[in-house]
Design a protein around this ligand. Structure first.
Ligand SMILES: NC(=O)c1ccc[n+]([C@@H]2O[C@H](COP(=O)([O-])OP(=O)(O)OC[C@H]3O[C@@H](n4cnc5c(N)ncnc54)[C@H](OP(=O)(O)O)[C@@H]3O)[C@@H](O)[C@H]2O)c1
Length: 351
């Protein structure tokens, strides 16, 4: 397999050897199948060209990654597909890989679900996906890269009956063998309770924002108690997200004194501490990077000396309840604010 060489030097990420994929921790899902407990994110908030991300997928596989978090809306699955083909032709068996994709919000209509999945499969050059998510529970489209102030004229709230029609179409993908697992993303406890009540095939995973300053302890516990594995996105606190996704109140995980102190003890970048903490806590982090030293450092972090119990407790104590991906573009009527999307009072926000 092609191994991407780099001349990049990162003094905070010591040179680590490639990681034997057999050493990467796994989580067992309710189906009995296992998923690598760290994956590579493939969305760069429009910052990095798709070709570079596809190259990172290749490089990441060569250092030991076997899990890749993709989505049709990231606009790069056709490029990542070429990398996956090369990885498989290079000797990695398909069964050793874990490939996730996601149904975008403008494809919730039941008749669109299979076509969307088939398109991702064709782009990724695969016969099946390990996991297919409903990316957001809101059936609203907005142009990639749009401002948080942008609103769709057709925006709709969460309507459970409609979501179940989408979910039934997702279940059919499992029955057809196109996907091995289905899952949810950006959900809340009240929405998940209804889904768990009505689903024939339960979600295997829930992808949610998780980092030291946004630990979502209640939802995290809820999904685990219900046999759903939490996959944590933006595990480093998405430090390079575009300005349109920032507010003055946002905090910075990698600058937190507790994270920095642990990083100094271990001689790693604070990002690696965030990833280690995530994996050790029991979520499956999917950090993004196109830099060899960074993605290798993150992978090395999950197979090296664990954080101490005291450090785990210290990180548990720095939660700032700071949601970074607020989802403003999904608001469906005037006078709302982003908190309405997240059912903060324990009930689904009324249409
Ligand atoms: N389901 C959803 O709705 C959803 C939403 C958001 C994201 N996601 C998924 O989650 C993935 C990750 O989230 P994210 O990209 O928002 O944020 P993230 O992984 O928290 O942060 C990525 C940033 O951290 C930097 N970084 C990574 N490793 C590093 C290291 N070892 N040292 C220093 N810097 C490091 C990267 O910079 P460099 O490039 O310079 O290394 C990159 O800019 C996405 O790619 C996507 O697959 C899903």
């Amino acid at each position: 397999m092609v191994i991407r060489r780099t001349t990049e030097v990162d003094v905070l990420t010591p040179a680590t050897d490639n990681v034997d994929p057999n050493r990467i921790p796994k989580r067992t899902l309710y189906t009995g199948r296992t998923i690598p407990a760290i994956g590579l994110g493939t969305f760069s908030s429009d910052r990095v060209p798709g070709e570079e991300i596809a190259e990172a997928v290749l490089g990441a596989a060569s250092v030991g990654y076997r899990h890749f978090d993709c989505a049709s809306v990231y606009g790069n699955e056709h490029l990542i597909g070429r990398s996956l083909r090369q990885i498989i032709e290079g000797g990695v068996r398909r069964s050793e890989l874990w490939i996730t994709s996601k149904l975008w919000n403008d494809r919730h209509a039941p008749q669109d679900v299979a076509a969307s999945c088939e398109k991702s499969l064709a782009d990724l050059q695969l016969e099946y996906l390990d996991l297919y998510f409903v990316h957001w529970p809101f059936p609203n489209n907005h142009p990639p890269g749009c401002d948080v102030g942008s609103r769709s004229r057709d925006a709709k709230p969460y309507i459970h009956e409609n979501f179940m029609k989408t979910w039934r179409a997702m279940e059919k993908l499992v029955e057809r063998g196109l996907v091995r697992h289905i899952g949810t993303s950006n959900m809340t406890i009240p929405k998940l309770k209804l889904l768990l009540r009505d689903a024939e095939i339960k979600p295997a995973c829930n992808e949610m924002e998780l980092h030291p300053h946004f630990q979502q302890s209640e939802l995290f516990q809820f999904v685990r108690d219900n046999g759903i594995a939490p996959i944590g996105y933006s595990p480093i606190g998405s430090p390079s997200r575009p300005d349109r996704d920032r507010t003055p109140h946002d905090t910075v995980d990698v600058e937190d004194p507790v994270i920095v102190k642990i990083a100094q003890r271990l001689g790693v970048h604070p990002a690696v501490v965030c990833v280690k903490w995530a994996q050790q806590r029991g979520q499956i982090p999917i950090p993004f990077s196109v830099r060899h030293a960074h993605y290798l450092g993150n992978l090395g972090g999950v197979v090296s000396e664990p954080l101490t119990n005291e450090e785990m407790q210290e990180v548990a104590g720095i939660d700032r309840n700071c949601r970074l991906i607020k989802g403003q573009v999904f608001l469906w009527k005037s006078g709302q604010n982003w908190e309405d999307l997240w059912d903060l009072n324990g009930e689904i926000t009324r249409p």
